[in-house]
Design a protein around this ligand. Structure first.
Ligand code: CA
Length: 237
């Protein structure tokens, strides 16, 4: 398969990391534009069309949070946050600002490349509105029909459980905070939201036959929320 060259904006003030990330991505065939601070990141973003952004959280001039929010105002480009802090609060904040994924430093460049590829795949999937079915191994979601099937048998889901499943399964690998899931599944100002999401997840897992200790589909991300993983049979680029 011959793919067009993908252009990645790499925003990182630490030169050693910026160079290393850029070198790895270039070795993998990406076109890399480096930026050393938040303002030049936005300048570059206005100048070119990027397929993804790798964005450090702690930046001079404009913070990574600010850059992320400003990019989100104008674009749906996939954003990978880099955080040195590793604090749960910061990760949640990054995701709530609209980052699609995050990596905690120190990370291996191989992992970064793999995650960027995953982001690009997910972004590509959403560009195909005609794709109305999501199939992950034995699980099939009929998006147009608002139904889900396991091994061909319809799973009897409530409206909230279906929304939850679809939200998670649309972007395999993406971590959703409970707060995000509350917004997407239940709507705003819902009291006791965390436990509500947890109990929806519990019910959904039971209906999917998913063991929380050895999940096939829905994984708990400790201290943050949940993510969906595509079953292993759904491999390939
Ligand atoms: Ca930094």
């Amino acid at each position: 398969m011959t793919a067009p060259v993908r252009r990645i904006l790499v925003v990182e003030d630490e030169k050693a990391i910026r160079d290393a990330v850029g070198a790895y991505l270039e070795k993998e065939g990406f076109w890399v534009t480096p930026a050393a601070d938040g303002q030049s990141a936005l300048d570059e973003f206005g100048r070119h069309k990027f397929d993804a952004v790798v964005l450090d959280l702690n930046l001079p001039k404009l913070s990574g949070e600010e850059v992320c929010a400003r990019i989100r105002d104008i674009s749906d480009v996939p954003i990978m946050m880099l955080t040195a802090k590793g604090e749960v609060e910061d990760r949640i904040e990054g995701l709530e600002l609209g980052a699609d994924d995050y990596l905690v430093k120190p990370f291996s460049p191989r992992e970064l490349v793999a995650r960027v590829r995953a982001l690009l795949r997910r972004a590509h999937v959403t560009e195909e509105p005609q794709r109305e079915k999501l199939v992950y191994g034995p699980l099939e979601i009929d998006v147009a029909g608002h139904r889900a099937y396991r091994d061909g048998e319809e799973i009897d889901l409530t409206a909230s459980e279906y929304k939850l499943l679809l939200t998670l399964a649309r972007y395999p690998g993406r971590v959703y905070s409970r707060m995000e899931l509350v917004e997407k599944v239940l709507g705003y100002d819902f009291e006791g939201y965390e436990r509500t999401i947890d109990s929806h997840v519990k019910n959904l897992r039971a209906k999917l036959g998913d063991d929380p200790r050895h999940p096939t589909f829905i994984y708990t991300v400790h201290g943050v929320g949940y993510r969906f993983e595509a079953s292993r049979s759904d491999s390939g680029q």
